[in-house]
Design a protein around this ligand. Structure first.
Ligand code: PGA
Length: 244
């Protein structure tokens, strides 16, 4: 069985001092080998230096859909790759909801990330209302289908997918094991039909050390995308242990 992937999304948190102490605590535990940390963009260079020579890996939280040029405020995929990013999160629900990103933006970001040699972590997920209406699977598969059609199946094959139900993000209410198993089963079936059955599928949304091993023992769960708990070294380490 392939090792599970644990990705920490720090969101807009951190400081030079906090990053230093968080990373140094993570590096003290072998369980974090192979895990990915995604700090805010301005700290990528600092964290790259802090993890140099270790098996902790670096990712970004967002990328411009454009190549280098006159795009004030954006950061290109080439720049992220130059700073050692191997992964980049795209289509996180916070970016879709708060920054007006649509499927076409998400797909273009996947394309530029893969072209720069990075692995996009493509986030998909339904709102609470969509789940209550019984539309969860349809909504998630439609987001993935858009990614496949707009970015192309080769780009999708080079990606990681993260199922993140919007109602579970930052709420402390994780999806139940049954919800996750059903959704991951549906996503894997669709991916296989599209010729992308090999890609890793993560779960994200209020992942905590408690229950992490049961979650990652589910068939179809290849790892986790962790927000809040990735800012607390002991919690992130415990989740990495659960992944071993
Ligand atoms: P959370 O965030 O673990 O704090 O719920 C997950 C995410 O948004 O990736």
């Amino acid at each position: 069985m392939a090792a599970k992937l644990v990705v920490g999304n720090w969101k807009m948190n951190g400081s030079v001092e906090k990053n230093r102490s968080l990373v140094s605590a993570l590096l003290q535990d072998e369980a974090t080998a192979g895990a990915v940390v995604c700090p805010p963009c301005v700290y990528l260079s600092q964290v790259r230096d802090l993890i140099a020579g270790s098996r902790l890996r670096l990712g970004a939280q967002n990328v411009s859909r454009y190549g280098d040029g006159a795009y004030t405020g954006d950061v290109s995929a080439q720049m992220l790759a130059e700073f050692g990013c191997r992964y980049v999160i795209v289509g996180h629900s916070e970016r879709r909801a708060l920054f007006g990103e649509f499927d076409a933006d998400v797909a273009q970001k996947m394309v530029v990330a893969v072209a720069a040699g990075m692995t996009p972590i493509v986030c998909v997920g339904e709102s609470l209302q969509q789940r209550q209406q019984g539309d969860a699977v349809a909504v998630v598969l439609a987001q993935l289908q858009a990614a496949k059609e707009l970015a192309g199946v080769e780009v999708l094959q080079a990606s990681v997918v993260a199922y993140e139900p919007v109602w579970a993000i930052g709420t402390g209410v994780a999806a139940t094991l049954l919800d996750v198993a059903q959704m991951h089963g549906a996503i894997k079936t669709a991916l296989r039909e599209w010729g992308a059955g090999d890609l890793s599928l993560l779960y994200g949304g209020s992942v905590k050390p408690e229950g992490a091993s049961e979650l990652m023992a589910l068939p179809g769960v290849d790892g986790v995308l962790v927000g809040g708990a990735s800012l607390v070294a002991a919690q992130f380490v415990a989740i990495c242990r659960a992944a071993m």
